[in-house]
Design a protein around this ligand. Sequence first.
Ligand code: NAD
Length: 480
Amino acid sequence: MTQNGRLSIVNPATEEGIEEIPTTGREELDDAAERARRGFEEWRGFAGLDRAEVFHEISARMRGHADELAGIMTREGGKPFIENRDEVTWTAACFDYYGEIARDSIGYLPAPIEPQQLAMVMKEPVGTVACIVPWNYPLLLAAWKVAPALAAGNAVILKPSEETPLGTRRMMELMEGLPEGLFQAVYGAGDVGEALVRHPGVDMVAFTGSQETGRKVGVTAAERLMRANLELGGKDPFIVCDDVDVEVAAQGAVWAACLNAGQVCTSSERFYVDKKVADDFVEASKSFVESLNIGDPMDQRTDVGPMINAKGRQKVEDHVGQALDRGAKLVTGGERFGDRGFFYKPTVLTGVEPSMRVMSEETFGPVVPVVEVDSLDQAIELANSVPFGLGANVYTKDFEKMLRCARGIRAGTVWINDPLTDNDAAPFGGYGGSGIGRELGREGLEAFQESKHVHIDPRVEKKEWWYPYGKGEEPGRRVM
Ligand code: NAD
């Protein structure tokens, strides 16, 4: 929450205030942009190997502070400590990965127009990149932007969410070895984010967040003719075929729906299960959900922590409430947990319809709505029926079905029998309303690079196709 130029950080597990921190003002933003520009110039002097070395040191420092960072992240964001410690490890791995691939990615040589010429494509930084991230994976989603942006030679100004700035603030202290000003953080809510996107010192924006905010950021970037990478929300389908161990599929499904209390952009939110195994799937999901430990996210035995805030929980209550009002059946859950903290019990629903909000809008909570399907074709058609396309999950042992899903589902990632496993070396992003652009992999580096074509002819000679044209014969070649 922002009040009088300060952010109040609240522990979602207890609803108690943790700390207040000042937000970044206009003059500080101007100063940050100026320092970023100077840092950018100094960073040019670092060879790829030097950059990689700095990245590996940052990564090692993060791993060395994993428990400390995870503790801060758990208190401010409510995600279980175990998941936050994993997040720190993935964050470190992302710096390692981009430190290395940036070393062999300065460009390439296309075939020139004439054999004695040299054509080069040089990959250059864009300038200063504004990175704006949400609260659900504050360090990881920052790293997916910051690491490739810096590796590509850019300066970065990062704005964490107003809900979770404290982990980022601590991470910034571990960023030793970079030129002064090259990587800075600013703090505040949407107003600070908007000022950053509009700032003339910013050359590109990389944004992760809701579709609603992403649209605003995209419009502002378009007005400025500035590049924008947008990673937005999802409504991921989860398909279960009849040839798998239903117990395993149900446990995978519940994990994919309830990880971080369902607050993952790639949370599975719609379950299409072959009718031959649907009853068993629902029964197995119910008993697995009911076996989970809900509670204090600092406790390492806790599976499901609180939601981020009252507003987030209210949205889940609205979606589940509307579904039940319209005839869906509650299998388990469907209510708050405990008397303080923003907890919501993992919930399984059946009898849901495509028109219900729980099946058409991003719920962002621990809900497993199950639909019986007659065939894989029907499941794929339903999977593609919403205006999102971030991720999708499939459970099957049949390779032909795997390929049908891989080809037929319109989503940036299709996970088969291993839900929600991201890979630094492969692109991540959304089709359709889930975003524009990709993070991770080579695509994730190229997002932060300009391409410059340099055409060199070592001979200083008059070309025969120049003026004058009227020499009575066709010129030997054309310029374009
Ligand atoms: P949000 O859109 O409310 O906020 C995201 C960030 O944008 C925050 O830092 C916020 O302060 C900032 N912001 C708000 N208004 C702004 C404006 N006008 N200009 C610039 N910045 C502004 O999202 P959230 O609630 O923090 O996060 C949840 C959403 O993020 C969900 O929709 C989720 O699916 C999505 N998400 C997507 C991915 C992905 O990789 N595709 C990953 C995680 C989360």
